[in-house]
Design a binder for this molecule. Structure first.
Ligand SMILES: O=C(O)CCC(=O)C(=O)O
Length: 377
C-alpha cells in the first residue's frame, strides 16, 4: 500500500507541486518516476501508448473516419490557409477512439501524476497537421483549482518535419496562466465569440521574452505525448500537403474541481463559462464542484445549477453594470460588479462556516443560497 505523504498543497497537481520530489519519493515504478519528473521539469513526457492493439486500432480509425473529412478541399484551399481537419468527440460513435481515450493504464498513470482521479472528457481526431498557432490549453479548458487538466496526444503514423509535427516550448507550463484580465479583454465587451487569436501576439512576445526554444515531436506510430495544462504547444505547418498526419488527442480533467473556459469568462464581473462535461468512461455528466478540506478529509460542494447557468444573462446585458471609462489604448471600459454579486461573498462565508463544518443550518443550505443569488442577479 502506498504511504500517505503529507501534502500541504492538495489543490496543486502533484507534478506541478513544489513538493513533487517527496510526493514521488516512494514510487518504485521507474517509468512513473521518469514521467513525473519530465512533466514537472519540461511540462511534457513521451511514452509508448500502453495498448498492444494500438496499431490495429489506429488503422481501423483511419478507415472509419476517412469519409468524415474533406481532403480535397483541404489540399486545394485549407492547407495554404493554415487550417486543419478534425472530428471532435468521435468517441461517441467509434469504439476504437473511445478505447484509446479510456485506456486504463493512462488513466491510472495520470491519476498518480496529478494526485486525483483522471477522466477523459474530449477527443479530437486529426487526419492532417493542425498547423495551429502555439497556445496553452489553459485558456480553453481550465479548472479551479487550476492546472488539473492535461492532454494525451497519440501518433497514428510516423511523423517528421514534412507532415506537421507537434511542437512545444519545454518548461513553458511553469509560466503564469494569463487570461482575459491580463490582456485587457472583457468578454462582455467583445463583438462575437472570442477565439485564441486575441492571445497570439502576447504569446509570441512571451516566448521571446523568455528566450524559449521550441522542440518538435517526430513521433513514431504508437508513441504518445502527455502535456501539462499550461504547456505552450501547437502544430507546425504541413510542408507536404499530399501526406497525412493521423493523430488523436484526448483531454483529461481530474476529480473535484470546477471546470470552465477562461477565454469566455470574466470571473470578477461575475461571469464564468462553466463547462458541461461527460466522463467518457462512465458516460455520466460531471458537475463542477468546490473541494473543501485536505486530501485526507476530502469533502466537496457541488456548484449550484443556477449559478452554472447564469453566464448567458450577463453577456446579453441583463446586468446594468457598465460605467464608461473608454478612451485611448490605456484607459479601459469599466464594469461595476453587481451589488448582489458582492453580497454573495457574505453568504458564501456563512456557508463555509456551516457546510464545511457539516453543521448545516437548514436555512442556509448550499443549493438554496446559490439558487437565490442566481435568481437575483
Ligand atoms: O495536433 C496538433 O498539431 C496540435 C493539437 C493541439 O494543439 C491541441 O489539441 O490543443
Amino acid at each position: 500500500m502506498q504511504k500517505q505523504t503529507s501534502n500541504p498543497l492538495c489543490g496543486v497537481p502533484h507534478i506541478e507541486s513544489p513538493f513533487v520530489s517527496r510526493l514521488f519519493e516512494d514510487t518504485t515504478d521507474l517509468e512513473t518516476h521518469r514521467v513525473a519528473s519530465e512533466l514537472a521539469v519540461k511540462g511534457y513526457a513521451i511514452i509508448d501508448f500502453p495498448d498492444v492493439d494500438f496499431d490495429q486500432m489506429a488503422e481501423h480509425i483511419k478507415a472509419n473516419l476517412h469519409d468524415h473529412y474533406d481532403f480535397n478541399t483541404w489540399r486545394t484551399h485549407g492547407h495554404a490557409a493554415g487550417i486543419s481537419l478534425r472530428v471532435q468527440d468521435a468517441w461517441t460513435f467509434n469504439e476504437d477512439v473511445k478505447r484509446i481515450a479510456c485506456n486504463e493504464h493512462i488513466i491510472a498513470l495520470l491519476s498518480r501524476l496529478y494526485g486525483r482521479q483522471a477522466w477523459p472528457f474530449q477527443t479530437l481526431n486529426f487526419p492532417v497537421g493542425t498547423q495551429q498557432h502555439f497556445h496553452t490549453d489553459s485558456i480553453h479548458f481550465s479548472s479551479s483549482a487550476e492546472r488539473f487538466m492535461c492532454g494525451v496526444w497519440a501518433a497514428m503514423e510516423d511523423i517528421d518535419e514534412t507532415n506537421g509535427p507537434l511542437m512545444y516550448f519545454p518548461g513553458s507550463h511553469r509560466w503564469p496562466i494569463y487570461t482575459n484580465e491580463h490582456i485587457g479583454k472583457c468578454v462582455a465587451e467583445l463583438e462575437g465569440t472570442p477565439t485564441q487569436a486575441i492571445y497570439e501576439a502576447m504569446w509570441r512576445e512571451l516566448v521571446e521574452a523568455n528566450g524559449a526554444k521550441p522542440e518538435y515531436f517526430h513521433a513514431k506510430k504508437g508513441q504518445a505525448l502527455i502535456w501539462a495544462a499550461n504547456l505552450m504547444h501547437g502544430g507546425m505547418p504541413q510542408l507536404d500537403p499530399d501526406r497525412t498526419r493521423w493523430s488523436q488527442v484526448t483531454h483529461y480533467f481530474f476529480d473535484d474541481c470546477a471546470y470552465y473556459t477562461p477565454m469566455m469568462s470574466d470571473p470578477f464581473y461575475g461571469s464564468i463559462a462553466f463547462r458541461t462535461l461527460t466522463n467518457i468512461v462512465t458516460g455520466e455528466p460531471v458537475p463542477s464542484c468546490r473541494p473543501c478540506g485536505a486530501a485526507e478529509v476530502h469533502r466537496r460542494h457541488d456548484v449550484g445549477a443556477d449559478w452554472v447557468g447564469r453566464r448567458g444573462s450577463l453577456r446579453s446585458g441583463a446586468v446594468p453594470a457598465r460605467q464608461s471609462g473608454r478612451g485611448g489604448g490605456r484607459c479601459r471600459s469599466r464594469y461595476a460588479l453587481p451589488a448582489a454579486w458582492t453580497a454573495r461573498e457574505t453568504q458564501v462565508a456563512a456557508l463555509r462556516r456551516s457546510d464545511c463544518a457539516k453543521e448545516l443550518d437548514p436555512g442556509l443550505r448550499r443549493g438554496d443560497n446559490y439558487s437565490d443569488i442566481g435568481r437575483r442577479l
